[in-house]
Design a protein around this ligand. Structure first.
Ligand SMILES: O=P(O)(O)OC[C@H]1O[C@H](O[C@H]2O[C@H](CO)[C@@H](O)[C@H](O)[C@H]2O)[C@H](O)[C@@H](O)[C@@H]1O
Ligand SMILES: [Mg+2]
Length: 264
């Protein structure tokens, strides 16, 4: 996120969403596009990356909403695309993965991120180093690697120092991304905001106003894009005012309820 996009210290908290504000998605579906983060937004956070639970009804709700929006619904996530598809089977939505570093558009065209040999080697080194951080989980996402410290909080600074060192060795093509109890190295060229803009340059998203919904720092660039493009930005949970989102919803469960009410 550029310094221009950073929320000001002490900026007013996003107002609790007047949920009818999202009813535009239902009333004027031809005018809007919906961009949804996954972890902590559509789905409740879980203790481990693979322990997330997708409620049975959710893929069907998203499919119905997508049809209502003429297909202008995309998932924008830090997960790898191949992890996302089985979650929402039998449906396959347009999706940006690895915080925007890879993307599958509405026509099914896939743009992958390159994985240089040196990055493969770095992932192996991180997996080896993680043996010294009991409880830490290394998540290999292809062109990104995450170290989760939810169960190893005492090692947060040690993990941070190691990841910073690897980042410096990897060079300017890579970025250190902080999330909820996680640090990850991912391609620097991409952001969720760029992914939203890329979708909006193509059918069926083109010409629509974006609604971006997320819960974490990585979602701030898509909030900035949505705000700039005349849309709506919604943060899930409490960000203590440190967000560009203009509205908030209390929890993923509440968001799922709201999405259900939008289906005609
Ligand atoms: O952009 P998102 O769709 O929100 O993905 C962000 C990261 O989500 C996952 O990690 C987070 O969720 C886990 C499961 O609930 C949780 O255990 C972990 O503490 C969270 O950081 C995922 O594992 C990462 O790869 C994503 O980047
Ligand atoms: Mg999230």
């Amino acid at each position: 996120m550029s310094s221009q996009e950073q929320p000001e210290q002490g900026e007013a908290k996003p107002r609790p969403l007047n949920e009818p504000a999202l009813t535009a998605l239902s009333l004027y579906p031809q005018d809007w596009a919906l961009f949804l983060d996954i972890d902590g937004t559509l789905l409740d956070l879980a203790e481990r990356p693979e322990a997330i639970v997708v409620p049975d009804y959710l893929p069907g709700t998203l499919h119905a909403l997508s049809r209502q929006l003429g297909g202008a619904l995309a998932l924008v996530t830090g997960r790898a695309i191949e992890f996302v598809d089985p979650l929402f089977a039998p449906f396959r939505f347009p999706v940006a993965g690895l915080h925007g570093a890879e993307r599958r558009d509405a026509a099914g065209r896939l743009r992958r991120a390159h994985i240089p040999p040196a990055f493969q080697a770095m992932k192996q080194t991180i997996a080896y180093e993680a043996q010294a951080w009991p409880g830490a989980i290394v998540e290999d996402k292809g062109a990104a690697v995450a170290v989760h410290f939810r169960h190893a909080p005492a090692y947060e600074s040690e993990i941070g120092e190691a990841m910073q060192r690897h980042l410096e060795e990897a060079g300017p093509d890579w970025n250190l991304q902080r999330g909820k109890m996680v640090l990850e190295i991912c391609p620097a060229h991409a952001s969720k905001g760029h992914a939203v803009e890329a979708f909006l340059s193509e059918a069926p998203f083109e010409g629509r106003r974006p609604v971006a919904i997320g819960d974490d720092v990585t979602d701030e660039t898509m909030f900035a894009a949505a705000n700039r493009l005349g849309g709506q930005s919604v943060r899930i949970g409490d960000a203590n005012g440190k967000t560009l989102a203009r509205a908030s919803i209390g929890s993923p469960a509440r968001l799922r309820d709201v999405l259900g009410t939008l289906v005609k």
